[in-house]
Design a protein around this ligand. Structure first.
Ligand SMILES: [Cu+2]
Length: 482
């Protein structure tokens, strides 16, 4: 086990948000009827048929409505960034021991050592490149929320131990998005710590100068990553960290909170004391903001919140519910002036705003104190297979809990021998998806075998076929065709 330094990454950016398309419909009554149909029947398809029948090109005036034949580009023309930048990052999957609550350490799976991972920040229209390196014995990926193509969706392919992959996309919708691992079972990978925030600042900016903070709401249980209800519901990876290290704003000043919900079971009603606040639903700056006392952030969703307090004093903000007793309570100190914050704040990408996010990341690094776990040989996480012990059978079980690297015989029997022309059937007796893949010669690949499903392959040629699971590369087996 060695100690590594997390590679915290920030970039510069700017502002703006573009409002709805000027190209509205030409025949309002049909538009209104269509809306009625949508509300009454809830069918976007019917709306499209009416539009097609009337031979009129309609673009929705109401930005909430996205129907067949109308894409998001028709409704929200993306703002042209006059000076798009190339943004390059490196995220490394690393196992680590970190402190997750005062005096409690746990093993986690991370990007760059911390939970949450570094915040990526850039402008709408920037070209983003993220080099991903997997330094762990498990397959992982990076799945970004927002718009991109399949090769950059972070599900296919899985990135195996020791491999690298570069994701690239153009930053499109402005707002707050998340990224997280999408290897299976995804909830386990997320619960274990593989998530972070991505702030895409708008190009044509009309956001107010504000003091900015980021809060990532998650679930963590040191005993069982798949527990329904977890021991901790941390804000930014460490339970109750802001009870000892209050979040500070100044009276009369605008505060902007970027809030992200990455839970797997409980959703996050985010509540702020002693004021109401403005919220951009789903963290998307195209949305019209509304006012709230508590804002429900679903799993996999975000919100951008703005609030101010007229009177100095000590307040709270927290997830409203059982989570507040398990790590998601925070003190908010409203100060009379900014003298004690001057040395902590940094200029934000949004002009006039002050970012406290670097201060939050520094605090997190001190609290978590990550001890990176290094592995000498990622490729041999499996075991040598003795083919002389091969069993004569045409049935192989993918055993229960075979996703767990501790299981020594994931495919049972691990080595089988058959005559040429034999059909071998694999049955997935586990509770998660697996594959049967010959990577070396490329002769067969089952694709995903769902829990409880079978997959067959006919072996015509003599030879020795080593195979593995692309999702859990430590699972290995061999077929010997005599
Ligand atoms: Cu993962």
């Amino acid at each position: 086990m060695g100690i590594g330094i997390s590679d915290h990454l920030l970039s510069l950016a700017m502002q703006s948000r573009s409002m709805a398309n000027a190209n509205t419909n030409t025949v309002r009554p049909i538009w209104l009827i269509s809306i009625g149909v949508i509300i009454g029947v809830g069918s976007a398809a019917i709306y499209f048929l009416e539009v097609a029948d009337s031979d009129i090109t309609i673009q929705a005036e109401n930005p909430q409505i996205l129907t067949a034949g109308i894409t998001i580009d028709d409704i929200y023309p993306r703002a042209e960034n006059p000076n798009p930048q190339k943004r390059s990052y490196t995220l490394i999957a690393q196992d680590a021991e970190i402190e997750v609550s005062k005096g409690v350490t746990a093993k986690v799976w991370t990007y760059n050592g911390t939970v949450p991972a570094p915040t990526l920040r850039f402008d709408e229209g920037d070209e983003v490149e993220v080099k991903f390196v997997n330094d762990t014995p498990y397959a992982h990926t990076i799945h970004f929320h927002g718009t991109h193509n399949s090769a950059n969706d972070g599900v296919f392919p899985m990135i195996n131990p020791g491999e690298e992959y570069t994701y690239s996309f153009k930053a499109q919708e402005a707002g707050l998005f998340m990224y997280h691992c999408h290897a299976f079972p995804t909830t386990e990978h997320v619960r274990m710590g593989m998530f972070g925030a991505m702030i895409i600042d708008p190009v044509h900016h009309d956001m107010e100068p504000a003091r900015e903070y980021l809060f990532v709401l998650s679930e963590f249980d040191p005993e069982d990553p798949l527990a329904t209800f977890t021991k901790y519901y941390p804000i930014n990876g460490y339970a109750n960290q802001y009870m000892d290290n209050p979040i500070r704003v100044v009276e009369g000043e605008l505060a902007r909170f970027y809030v992200m919900g990455i839970g797997g079971v409980l959703q996050s009603p985010f509540h702020v004391h002693s004021t109401i606040f403005k919220v951009w639903q789903s963290g998307i700056l195209w949305n019209e903001p509304h006012w709230a006392q508590t804002h429900l952030i679903g799993n996999g969703d975000t919100a951008i919140i703005e609030a101010s307090w007229n009177e100095a004093g000590r307040y709270l903000f927290h997830v409203h519910g059982i989570q507040e007793e398990r790590g998601s309570m925070a003190i908010l100190d409203v100060l009379e002036d900014d003298s004690e914050l001057k040395s902590l704040e940094q200029p934000s990408n949004i002009p006039g705003s002050k970012s406290m996010i670097p201060w939050q990341e520094d605090l997190l690094y001190q609290l978590e104190d990550p001890q990176i776990i290094t592995y000498d040989d990622l490729g041999s996480a499996g075991k040598a297979i003795a083919t002389h012990d091969a069993v004569s059978t045409d049935k192989v079980s993918i055993v229960k809990d075979s996703w767990n690297p501790e299981i020594t015989e994931s495919y049972a029997p691990i080595a089988v021998k058959v005559e040429p022309g034999t059909t071998i059937t694999w049955t997935n007796d586990d509770i998660v998806v697996h594959t049967v893949t010959d990577k070396e010669s490329g002769s067969f690949d089952s694709g995903f075998i769902q829990a409880g499903a079978d997959w067959d392959y006919v072996f015509d040629e003599s030879g020795e076929y080593n195979y593995y699971c692309t999702l859990h590369p430590w699972m290995k087996g061999v077929v010997v065709v005599i």
